[in-house]
Design a protein around this ligand. Structure first.
Ligand code: CMP
Length: 142
């Protein structure tokens, strides 16, 4: 087994029905989906999820946007998952995202940037624990 990362397909991308295309890119890049759900965060939950950004100028908008509709939350597994996933999705601001990346293809702004990807093992664990119980994770399948 490789290591793991946590991702969300954000409300804007789900509203535009991009989740299938984004999940295909994720599978084609060699990631295994080990947990997944369509869910929606309340503003309180989104505020807690993005607590590290509290006080930053974009925080309120981010919380409002992330609680504006359903998201797809998932745990992904692959060798070098965190770094490889960040490469697949591209820069946070889609204007700076490389050609062929998820954000280049599907994002419309730095807030509505199509997907989230965990930036460290520690955050991937914290973020996965935020959404998934033990029973919702399938780590031991081929
Ligand atoms: P995400 O990977 O979900 O992690 C934090 C989010 O904050 C990020 O994607 C962006 O959507 C948002 N964000 C980060 N920096 C900025 C910024 N400078 N302006 C607006 N939004 C930002």
């Amino acid at each position: 087994a490789g290591n793991r990362t946590f991702t969300m397909i954000k409300p804007g991308a789900v509203r535009k029905n991009y989740e299938g295309a984004i999940l295909k890119m994720i599978n084609d890049a060699g990631f295994k989906i080990r947990a997944m759900k369509l869910t929606r965060m309340s503003t309180t939950q989104a505020g807690a999820f993005y607590e590290v950004h509290k006080g930053k100028p974009f925080y309120d908008n981010l919380v409002k946007f992330m609680s504006s509709g359903p998201i797809v939350a998932a745990i992904l597994e692959k060798e070098n998952a965190i770094e490889d996933f960040r490469k697949l999705i591209g820069a946070t601001n889609p204007e700076n995202a490389a050609e062929g990346t998820v954000r280049k293809l599907f994002a419309c702004s730095v807030t509505e940037n199509a997907v989230h990807g965990a930036d460290s093992d520690e955050n991937a664990t914290r973020e996965a624990d935020f959404f998934f119980s033990t029973f919702e994770r399938f780590y031991d399948y081929e």
